[in-house]
Design a protein around this ligand. Structure first.
Ligand SMILES: [Ca+2]
Ligand SMILES: [Ca+2]
Length: 115
């Protein structure tokens, strides 16, 4: 169960909603912020999924190369490997959700996975 440790993180949003005493306006603002955050996460997650052609929640060298070819056509392929290396912080050979975007985690990826 490699993704288990993310489910052990406390759910701050639920915690705040349960125990916080806030004005209606604050609540509205927070709900709006949460909505914005979700929309941004969804967009990033869907983009990640569109690159992750084998659906293993990680981008391997080939998937990353297609991403670069689409986003930065004409870049020197020699650079691809070094970009990959700089994103793959834990050096497991895959660019994971949080390596791709600091706001993204695997929970979000799974939540927004197209059925
Ligand atoms: Ca993959
Ligand atoms: Ca990695």
């Amino acid at each position: 169960m490699p993704y288990m440790r993310f489910q052990l993180l406390p759910n701050f949003v639920v915690h705040k909603k349960k125990y916080g005493k806030r004005s209606a306006q604050e609540e509205e603002e927070e709900a709006w912020e949460e909505e914005e955050r979700e929309a941004g996460l969804r967009e990033t997650a869907e983009y990640f999924h569109s690159l992750d052609s084998d659906g293993d929640l990680g981008l391997d060298g080939a998937e990353f190369r297609s991403f670069l070819l689409e986003r930065r056509p004409g870049t020197n392929p020699m650079l691809h490997q070094s970009w990959f290396g700089s994103l793959d912080a834990d050096r497991d050979g895959l660019i994971r959700a949080w390596e791709f975007d600091a706001d993204l985690d695997e929970d979000a990826l799974i939540r927004f996975k197209r059925k």
